[in-house]
Write a protein that binds this ligand. Structure first.
Ligand code: IMP
Length: 232
């Protein structure tokens, strides 16, 4: 990987020429979708499954963006690779945004158990049960560079829908069978990966990331719009 010094003499990677990138996720459903969006880039993609196991960080952020950045920094530190992480979840309006950042940890050992509990919580509320999936993405540099602190790139994307009256389909993962997407007139559990990715939160966020990476490569440097959308 090439490196350079910026105007303040701070060493920073020329990440646009980076050949190796870590997708910091252990969720096979997410990794499959992210690989599909990044396919064809001349970058070697690693996932956490390719590296020695490390303990997962505690996701203590109050927002998806905070958790995405926390995970990106943590795994960049342990892998010493340029790292992209995401945090995502299901936000249900009638439940004041829950399960939200706790989606993976919502009570229930299996997704059918989580669904049953959610339907119990939703029962007193009138339909439609409007909801959205949210995906926050953060891309950071390696630990010895300034870009390990503020993200090199960050974005957030959503897809609007409703909680279906009952689970439908077995495609995708997680809450897909209960997420009804009105333009498709069915749930994400009932469409293939390609149709889901075309409209869903993770597909949108990672396409934006891909465009940003590609723009940097074509110009031989960081695009001028390289401004983090959040800092901590
Ligand atoms: P985390 O980002 O690892 O905290 O976990 C996000 C959780 O949100 C996943 O484990 C799923 O339960 C849920 N989730 C996020 N994106 C999707 C999706 O595209 N389909 C279904 N469930 C999702």
């Amino acid at each position: 990987m090439r490196s350079s010094r910026d105007a303040e003499g701070v060493e920073a990677e020329d990440y646009t020429r980076a050949l190796e990138l870590l997708i910091a996720s252990t969720n096979p459903g997410k990794v499959r979708e992210i690989r599909a969006v990044l396919e064809g880039l001349s970058v070697t993609l690693f996932t956490l499954a390719d590296l020695p196991a490390v303990r997962e960080p505690r996701e203590t952020g109050r927002t998806f963006a905070e958790n995405a950045l926390l995970k990106a920094r943590y795994y960049a530190q342990s892998s010493r690779l340029l790292t992209v992480a995401e945090d995502s979840g299901l936000v249900i309006d009638a439940l004041d945004g829950r399960p939200g950042v706790q989606s993976a940890r919502y009570p229930g050992a299996t997704y059918p158990e989580k669904f049953a509990r959610l339907y119990g919580e939703l029962a007193p509320h009138p339909r439609p049960w409007t909801a959205r999936f949210v995906c926050a993405l953060a891309f950071v540099g390696t630990p010895n560079s300034v870009s390990a602190v503020a993200p090199l790139f960050a974005c957030e994307a959503t897809v609007e829908g409703e909680i279906a009256p009952e689970p439908v389909g077995s495609s995708g993962f997680g809450y897909d069978p209960i997420f009804y997407y009105p333009p498709y007139e069915t749930t994400f559990g009932n469409v293939d990966d390609e149709r889901k990715l075309a409209v869903a939160h993770r597909g949108k966020a990672f396409r934006e990331f891909r465009q940003w990476l590609t723009a940097g490569r074509e110009r031989g440097g960081a695009p001028p719009e390289n401004r983090p959308t959040f800092r901590d």
